[in-house]
Design a protein around this ligand. Structure first.
Ligand SMILES: Cc1cc2nc3c(=O)[nH]c(=O)nc-3n(C[C@H](O)[C@H](O)[C@H](O)COP(=O)(O)OP(=O)(O)OC[C@H]3O[C@@H](n4cnc5c(N)ncnc54)[C@H](O)[C@@H]3O)c2cc1C
Length: 388
């Protein structure tokens, strides 16, 4: 069977790996970059840990899988009648069966200035830009920025805020910067941190962040960013470092091809009980309108489900499953929630570490997964000039 997959992220890579087990399958995976990005590791790389945990070349993941062809191109158009895709390169790709797994993108909700001045932590390029900025701030003779603003108190904002302090203090020490005092603030429009977790979990994490010295501004609306300030609920806050972790939207590929798809209210693609959008087109992961779309574990499950369905191994309907949520909040501390079970502290941090290992081994051979997982504990000093 010939299968084309667009998107080399959690869903696309997992589907390709599963489908490649049957040597009769020929898989073409089209991705817009050469690397797979392990998003849950990005905040760690942004705050000094090894980049090996955050991006892995697709070539390494598919090594020895002769029936997977990786093509680097950004798909712009689909014509379901002709069964073709058109890439940014101008190339046209014919498909027989198609899996779309293009993931989400950052959205600034049209807030002025953010696209120009804010930093993001959603890709290797964004991490490199942020680290370069922090390096410039601390390595140059003038006074460094003192006010670090993180917009969004979802898992990414909380993870980043809780590890940024340690990293900035390292930079300060390394470059012999005397005071001033570093202030890290999370700004959130909702009335509590981690608004998608239980209220009890929010309270525990709020207290933990305070203990780590993070300032928390709730019920606050970001209105604009200028070259040196963020305007929050009418008040300007001076800062050169605003990190936007809020707001994700469905991949713009779908709106650009809106006549080919049916959408839910939140702009995700409506799929049937087999994750099919139409007879030959499957949509999985963040792109599909399923109850737990937006999580890596859902995308992985979707990839496995579609591969089993296509191979005829399973005729079962798709059943959405709520995955456990584990959010790290500083070194050796995390919050874990699954149904009525809630854990916090070191035990939850061990669960998170185990979950990361499971995540890597879902995509990589055991030895390689172990190496990448171990990289989570390594501070980087060759890629970024700390320690030189
Ligand atoms: C910073 C961050 C931290 C996160 N932490 C967690 C976490 O701890 N736990 C959790 O469960 N979830 C987490 N998530 C969410 C999780 O990463 C996503 O739900 C998951 O990646 C979705 O998988 P996917 O396969 O749908 O898309 P992705 O993994 O995003 O993969 C999409 C792929 O498609 C490529 N692509 C995009 N457009 C095109 C195009 N036009 N043509 C070709 N290729 C294209 C992209 O480059 C990418 O490689 C996090 C997300 C972010 C941003």
């Amino acid at each position: 069977m010939k299968i084309t997959i667009v998107g080399g992220g959690f869903g696309g890579v997992k589907a390709a790996l599963e489908l490649s087990k049957d040597k009769k399958n020929h898989i073409t995976l089209i991705n817009d970059k050469t690397d797979f990005q392990y998003y849950p590791g990005l905040y760690g790389t942004a705050t000094g840990k090894s980049h090996l945990q955050s991006w892995v070349p697709l070539g390494e993941i598919f090594a020895g899988r002769d029936n997977i062809l990786v093509v680097i191109d950004s798909i712009q158009k689909i014509n379901k009648k002709e069964k073709t895709l058109t890439g940014e390169s101008g190339a046209k790709y014919h498909y027989t069966t198609l899996i779309l797994a293009l993931g989400s993108v950052t959205t600034y909700f049209g807030i002025k200035g953010l696209d120009q001045y804010a930093f993001g932590i959603k890709s290797a390029a964004e991490i490199k830009r942020l680290k370069q900025h922090l390096f410039d701030e601390f390595s140059q003779p003038q006074t460094a920025d003192t006010n670090f603003l993180i917009v969004g108190a979802g898992p990414t904002g909380v993870e980043l805020a809780s590890s940024l302090g340690t990293y900035l203090h390292k930079l300060k020490k390394h470059f012999n910067k005397p005071e001033p005092h570093i202030k890290i603030t999370i700004i959130e429009a909702a009335p509590r941190v981690l608004p998608r977790m239980s209220e009890a979990a929010s309270k525990i994490v709020h207290a933990r962040l305070k203990k780590l010295g993070v300032h928390i501004e709730l019920n606050k609306k970001v209105e604009e960013q200028t070259v040196d300030s963020l305007i929050v609920s009418g008040q300007p806050i001076k800062s050169q470092t605003v990190i936007w972790t809020s707001g994700v939207a469905n991949n713009p590929f779908f709106t650009a091809n809106a006549d080919q798809f049916t959408f839910s209210k939140n702009n995700k693609v409506i799929v049937d009980k087999y994750l099919r959008e139409s007879e030959h087109v499957y949509v999985i992961g963040d792109n599909a309108f399923t109850p737990f779309s937006g999580l890596a574990q859902t995308a992985l499950r979707d990839g496995i489900f579609v591969a089993a369905h296509l191979s005829g191994k399973s005729k079962k309907k798709y059943v959405a499953k709520m995955p456990p949520i584990v959010v790290p909040v500083g070194e050796n501390w995390a919050i874990f929630e699954y149904k009525k079970i809630r854990l916090s502290g070191n035990s939850a941090s061990v669960i998170r570490s185990a979950a990361d290992f499971v995540g890597y081994s879902d995509l990589l051979p055991f030895g390689q997964a172990l190496g990448v997982w171990h990289a989570q504990r390594i501070y980087e000093d060759d890629y970024f000039p700390i320690g030189k």
